[in-house]
Design a binder for this molecule. Sequence first.
Ligand SMILES: Cc1ncc(COP(=O)(O)O)c(C=O)c1O
Length: 490
Amino acid sequence: MLPAIALDSGSDTPLYRQLFEQMRDHIQSGRIPRGERLPATRELAGMLGLNRATVSAAYELLENEGLLKGHVGRGTFVEGSGEPASRIAWEDLEPAIGASSPALSLGSGGISFASSRPDNDLFPMAEFRSTCEEVIHGDAAAAILQLGSPAGYQPLRQYLLEEARRDGLAGPMDDILITSGCQQALDLMQRALMRPGDCAAIEDPVYPGLRGVFATAGARLVGVPVGANGIGIDALERVIGIERPRLLVVTPNFQNPTGATLPLSARQSILRLAREAGVVLMEHDIYGQLRYEGDPQPPLKQLDGSEDVISIGSFSKIAFPGLRVGWVIGPRALIRRLAAAKQYCDLHSDHLSQAVLFRFAESGRLAAHRARILEAGAQRLSAMLSACGRYLPEGSRFTRPQGGMNLWVRLPEPLDAAELLPRAERANVNYLPGKYFAVSRVEQGGLRLSFAGLDPARIREGVSILGRVFSEELERVRAVSGMTPSPALV
Ligand SMILES: Cc1ncc(COP(=O)(O)O)c(C=O)c1O
């Protein structure tokens, strides 16, 4: 017998899609077991009061996902031959710590504000292909195919380190390690530095990938609230005094998710606090090169005279996240330790990606690409800010970043961004609600809007739809509470 299927003919999601999604959930959760024979399309259409074509379309999607298989003359079966005979209760494994990414679902043509990543349409494909050709046909091609140093592809290391030294971002005693994106740099820091129970002070709200790395490793996480000017200095001072963290991770520019940037005075205070307490300070500056307006602030690493600040960066936001190339710059002894930890993870990062990015940068193509994405980013940010001002319901607040990919919205009370997400998705727009970024406190009305992947027209369209969804709910709640007698009268 099939588990319950409830379809909503008033929804904006087509019926075949609703049926597909619900059956997929039932199959993936095991409620419809593998090997089960499904009713024929005509039969199921009759049971659910649907058109037969609707059921056929849902079956076709399930078949495309490898979840169903039709056998001529026998019927349609859930893929697999009965329950697999596993002796391990995989489903009962401890869940990963912290809220994992939500299962977002948008129909085709949907507008997603959920991903903090560059726009595929802005990738310079011709330049990328030429770069790959040059690398593959170059003298170093054979060496690239061989195993190499865990520290990374030497020409890229040298290029990045020289650039960092020129910009005052690396001192004579610093070294560099190439990692598989910033994400691996965070993980290696956790492995090399933290012991179980050590405290890491991190921003709250924060990029979930950072929280997850330290939380799954057993670190004690303390969130320091982020305001319009980045991490709060008074709160940080209290946290450092009480919790004695071993590590402090700070995003100086266009923090994910808030878009906040630290002013100079806050940067100086952070350096002083970390120095006085002997806390290891990690500057997580993945968005710093995406400034669309205003003057840049000096990096913490540059302001610090002692070379103790560790800086991590990546090509993911300014070029191609799929190539997975990032780096850590820090004191030589630490870099040696991180390289040793990296060796146990993956020996070294992929040479071809590193060689391609090195050639892309060295040839001047990266600078040209960056100029184009800065221009597009400025237009997108401006479209985002004006659309938020125009369409979000009265009482909403939002940050005003001068760069990066994200801004943070606070909906008026009592709206709950997580509760409203399914409704927004039915209108074919999505975003990430605040709970995915929370460390110590969840902002119920908080949500992140990522704007870098959408052109200005889509941004306006998407925010106007969100504005309608939020405003309708606000009106509904207000109407209901207006009708409820005040406690003083009953
Ligand atoms: C703050 C932050 N850190 C790290 C990452 C992951 O970066 P990478 O692709 O370099 O691993 C992201 C990506 O969204 C991010 O926003």
